[in-house]
Design a protein around this ligand. Structure first.
Ligand code: BGC
Length: 775
């Protein structure tokens, strides 16, 4: 009996012990406590393993403890197809064709944070289906020069616009349990020599122009990871840069996530250990390119680090800190149990891609054409307007149907492939010509096509074969002649050109070699204009370009790289199903010398002796984009050769309707440092179509102890208005909108004094102002 009692007692005490969940797996416990527990159980090898890659896009979890591997993937416009374990070659899976969302320049051009939220959520669902826990994006490097090869991946030239758009993107993505990896932190503003560029910049320009979008992603959206950039700052690579990572990101901004190196951006064990890098990816140390066995052990944060710890060179302080951040990321992603389900290529994702594309397309110019009533823009090509064009055609168009001619390689070119790491494998991509054909068939319009020029004829890109062959044997003279002959017969010509995703265009790794449109595009456009002035130019790109014939072309549309639904989106705007409402997220310079970096010869920089480092001094400082244009205007003197009017101002974008702004009022004329001020402006849709207008508020510091840009965007509000409808549009700011970064105090300061609120439909068109005072 005594024995039985003893056994029962033993069982009673044993059962709870057996069933007890370890703290690190106990979801009722706070995450930091679970992390402490996990760290205390991990071996040195396990800790070293989680802070560097094990394949091109994954790092190991901790199998023994039940932490799964961490899978990352590009980003940012769709989920990249899988590549082989240790090679860049596409794996050839059959379940990884995705929806391509519009490139981020287009998202920024919507000026609609709700679109960014939708984007993040939709992408997150695609990533979940593909079991990717970290999306390598979004990119928020500032558009400093229109030659920048990766501008299409970013959100334009303005820190406020980029900040407002990145926050909902990150929140939307992370709401699905997928981490954003905001990139490329920081100062990776052009691609040429990106591994060797050492950026020299004032503290003010750094904090006022280049860091705000990163800061907003960290502090407002609470991004779970960030990617260090390839280039150097103060002679140290940004993937292990003490000031950038330890000081600004982690100490000042309180970032609690993981710093991931850009692929191959890590160069030194000591700096990687001490300067804030947490997870190393893509390094090509000895033999890695040759596929050396266990090459990942050669990573800077692998064996070399472990030996350093074993020999006493390093304590485990930094290691535990890195592991802590990794575990935090796991609990937020791979270890998060109540994640939503992911799905790929759903109708809702296509709808999101289409909606964002349609809202981001920018109508840059829309003037009248022969045959149309005075003041009537050439676009949209409605049935009635096409009929007018046909009737007034010099070829006596009465006995035939309407004829549209589409010209240009970009009408038939897939744009979701190429461009570097953002290249995708899509389930479908509607080409512009196909989208236009669908519209034409609805109106019984005859649609013909002429190639016009030959640009990039690549047929396949890392295993993805393009939808339509671009093979062409005819000479340029023959192509031009064909376009001209067909244009002569057409009622309207739609030229679809611009840049593409091949090297030295909108593509990672290099910048553009010139601001001109590539290939024979200008020549063909000029030739067409001689026989038919009713030309709509649709530009596909992530960058501006010189448009020397602009005065002769009545209608210009900026259509970006807009992903899977490109053709449908473009056609819906051209034919008027959608009223365009996009606004430029960058200044469209008439010529390169209107851009500060180029005017001051501050690009691409100066090589140091030995040709290992190129110093790129951002001599234009704060004066990026419209800030430089305003300065040009202020400082203009007689005889200046550089024109101060850009081709299209930052924030510019037309509509098929018209908006009228009333006079701005405010809820006060003087505010204290703790108060907000709200400006209200009545905006009326004075045309006959429903449409959307983005009301922009720029702040001018009337008098300042430091040099400030003439005006800076500090709020915007996109409103949708029915014909005749008026809305009171409100824009609220606080003292942060009045502040500058005081480099001496290393802090933001708002100086008491007079300010002005400048409101209008673009940076180039201020229509109403309000003077106020900060006490
Ligand atoms: C790019 C990153 C990208 C990474 C992985 C790098 O070359 O700079 O943006 O996420 O490759 O593909």
């Amino acid at each position: 009996m005594k024995k039985l009692i003893t056994i029962c007692l033993a069982l009673m005490t044993a059962v709870p012990t057996l069933a007890q969940t370890p703290v690190y797996l106990d979801e009722s416990k706070p995450i930091e406590q679970r992390i402490d527990d996990a760290i205390s159980r991990m071996t040195l090898d396990e800790k070293i393993a989680v802070i560097h890659a094990q394949s091109k896009f994954s790092s190991p979890g901790v199998k023994r403890l039940g932490f799964p591997d961490l899978w990352t993937d590009d980003g940012p416009h769709g989920v990249r197809p899988d590549v082989l374990w240790d090679e860049w070659v596409q794996a050839g899976q059959t379940n990884d064709s995705c929806v391509a969302f519009p490139a981020l320049t287009c998202l920024a051009a919507t000026w609609n944070p709700a679109m960014a939220r939708l984007y993040g959520e939709s992408l997150g669902e695609e990533a979940l289906y593909r079991n990717k826990s970290v999306m390598l994006g979004p990119g928020v490097n500032i558009y400093r020069t229109p030659l920048g090869g990766r501008n299409f991946e970013y959100m334009g030239e303005d820190p406020w616009l980029a900040s407002r758009m990145v926050v909902p993107y990150v929140k939307g993505l992370q709401s699905k349990g997928v981490a954003a990896c905001v990139k490329h932190y920081a100062l990776n503003n052009d691609e040429e020599y990106r591994h060797q560029v050492n950026v020299i910049i004032s503290d003010r320009a750094l904090h006022e122009i280049y860091l705000p979008a990163f800061k907003a992603a960290v502090q407002e959206a609470e991004a779970w990871s960030i990617m260090g950039a390839y280039n150097l700052y103060k002679d140290q690579h940004n993937c292990h840069n003490n000031i950038m990572l330890n000081k600004i990101l982690k100490q000042d901004w309180g970032f609690d996530g993981v710093v991931i190196s850009d692929w191959g951006g890590c160069h030194d064990t000591d700096e990687a250990v001490k300067n804030g890098l947490d997870l190393e990816f893509g390094t090509w140390t000895d033999g890695l390119m040759m596929g050396k066995t266990n090459a990942y052990d050669s990573y800077y944060l692998a064996d070399a680090y472990k030996q350093g710890i074993l020999s006493g060179k390093y304590s485990t302080k930094e290691l535990d800190e890195k592991v802590r951040r990794l575990l935090r990321l796991y609990y937020r992603t791979t270890m998060k149990r109540n994640k939503p389900f992911g799905f790929l290529c759903s109708d809702s994702h296509y709808e999101a891609a289409l909606k964002i594309a349609q809202e981001g397309i920018v109508l840059l110019k829309n003037e009248t054409s022969p045959g149309l009533p005075k003041g009537e823009g050439l676009l949209p090509l409605t049935e009635e307007k096409l009929e007018l064009l046909r009737k007034s055609s010099p070829l006596g168009g009465d006995k035939r149907g309407v004829r549209i001619l589409v010209v240009g390689e970009n009408a038939i070119k897939m744009m979701t492939v190429g461009g570097g790491s953002s290249s995708l494998k899509v389930q479908r991509e509607i080409l512009p010509l196909d989208g236009i054909n669908v519209q034409c068939s609805m109106f019984n319009v005859q649609c013909d096509y002429a190639r016009g020029y030959v640009g990039d004829t690549i047929q396949s890109y890392n295993g993805v074969t393009v939808g339509r062959s671009l093979y062409e044997t005819r000479s340029q003279a023959e192509l031009t002649a064909e376009a001209v002959e067909k244009a002569r017969e057409a009622d309207v010509v739609i030229f679809i050109g611009g840049l593409n995703k091949s090297n030295h265009q909108d593509c990672e790794g290099h910048d553009r070699l010139s601001y001109d449109l590539p290939y024979a595009q200008n020549e063909v456009i000029e030739a067409i204009l001689k026989v038919n002035p009713r030309l709509v130019y649709v530009n596909i790109s992530g960058n501006g370009a010189a448009l020397p014939w602009i005065d002769k072309v009545p209608a210009v549309v900026q259509a970006w790289f807009i992903g899977s639904e490109a053709g449908e989106a473009i056609a819906s705007v051209l034919f008027g199903d959608v009223n365009p409402s996009g606004k430029l997220p960058f200044t469209w310079y008439a010529s390169l010398d209107q851009c500060g970096a180029h005017a001051l010869n501050a690009y691409p920089g100066t090589w140091r002796e030995g040709h290992k480092i190129i110093d790129e001094e951002y001599k234009e400082g704060l004066f990026v984009g419209y800030r430089w244009i305003d300065r040009l205007k202020m400082k203009k003197s007689k005889g200046d050769k550089v024109k101060s009017e850009p081709l299209f101002a930052f924030g510019h974008g037309l509509s098929y309707t018209t908006f009228q702004y009333g006079k701005v009022t405010a809820d006060k004329s003087s505010l204290t440092a703790d108060e907000q001020i709200t400006f209200t402006v009545p905006v009326t849709n004075t045309g006959s179509r429903a449409g959307a207008e983005t009301v922009q508020l720029y702040i001018r510091d009337v008098e300042s102890s430091v040099e400030r840009p003439f005006k800076e965007l500090k709020a915007f509000n996109k409103v949708f208005l029915q014909p005749g409808e008026t809305q009171q549009v409100s824009l609220t700011i606080d003292k942060s909108a009045l502040s500058f970064y005081d480099d001496k105090a290393a802090a933001w300061t708002a100086e008491p004094g007079d300010f002005e609120a400048l409101i209008g439909p673009s940076s180039g068109q201020i229509v109403t102002r309000y003077s106020f005072h900060l006490q």
